[in-house]
Design a protein around this ligand. Structure first.
Ligand code: GLP
Length: 249
């Protein structure tokens, strides 16, 4: 596997989303087995799904690991199956044997407490991240300050429309959420970005090859010393040619 050495971030392209997820799990598994994975930041959404399924297939035991969700909707009834707490419990905690007491989700009533809780747990060792079609990370929509901490935000209409597929209708998608801030995300020691699908290609190219700008939140990831992008061919399809080298072809 080769990557891009001219850039700070490394982008690795795989033929399929499954292969990209498997490569991402190689990194997570190595960190787990070295004892360096005490805290794991978990994104929800379609892109990281194959990562969690592959972790479960390998029977990784995360019973000693503490999970920190990246974000959460505001306004869903307790226990709603599309709340990110429910998604993290169902897709990550349960299959990977993380006890409920080790699953943390930001609370819109006290967002700042989340940054304190993360710090009290020694920071996040590895953050799994997806990217929205508009380049959002977590629910940090375009225009979010690169210095932001965990806070309540309004969702872009384009994000509500993109996420409506998880709900019965667009009207059921909340308008607000609580999200780790951009700075909170950058504070993680290591970041693994998993993106698949042609509808993300423009955002991926802008984030990796375009200007570093708050208009494209994912472009801030180049500030981080240890970030790896795991892409399928569709998501990588608009990158400048050198970034498409490597991977499993
Ligand atoms: C969602 C989530 C993000 C996620 C992103 C991409 O709105 N809040 O945490 O990374 O958008 O999701 P998907 O992979 O489903 O496209």
């Amino acid at each position: 596997m080769t990557g891009i050495t001219a850039r700070k971030s490394v982008a690795v392209t795989h033929r399929t989303a499954t292969a990209a997820a498997s490569a991402a799990v190689d990194v997570i598994e190595a960190l787990l087995h070295s004892g360096g994975l005490r805290t794991l930041g978990v994104a929800t959404g379609s892109s990281p799904g194959p990562v969690y399924r592959e972790m479960a297939r390998r029977q990784l035991d995360l019973s000693e690991v503490t999970l920190f969700a990246l974000d959460e909707y505001i306004g869903l009834p307790d226990g709603h199956q599309e709340s990110y707490r429910a998604v993290v419990e169902r897709e990550v905690a349960h299959p990977l044997r993380v006890p409920p007491a080790r699953v943390h989700v930001p609370d819109g009533a006290d967002p700042a407490a989340y940054d304190e809780l993360i710090a009290d747990n020694g920071g996040i060792d590895l953050q799994i991240l997806g990217v929205g079609r508009n380049g959002h990370i977590g629910f940090n929509e375009p225009g979010s300050s690169f210095d932001s901490l965990t806070r309540v935000v309004d969702l872009d209409e384009s994000t509500r429309e993109a996420n409506a597929r998880f709900f019965g209708s667009l009207a059921e998608v909340p308008h607000r959420s609580v999200t780790q801030g951009v700075r909170t995300i950058l504070n993680a020691r290591r970041i693994v970005v998993v993106v698949s699908g042609v509808d993300k290609a423009a955002a991926v190219a802008a984030a990796i090859d375009g200007p570093r700008t708050e208009a494209m939140p994912a472009s801030v990831l180049r500030d981080h010393a240890d970030v790896t992008w795991f892409l399928d061919e569709d998501a990588a399809s608009q990158l400048r040619p050198p970034a498409r080298d490597g991977g499993d072809a």
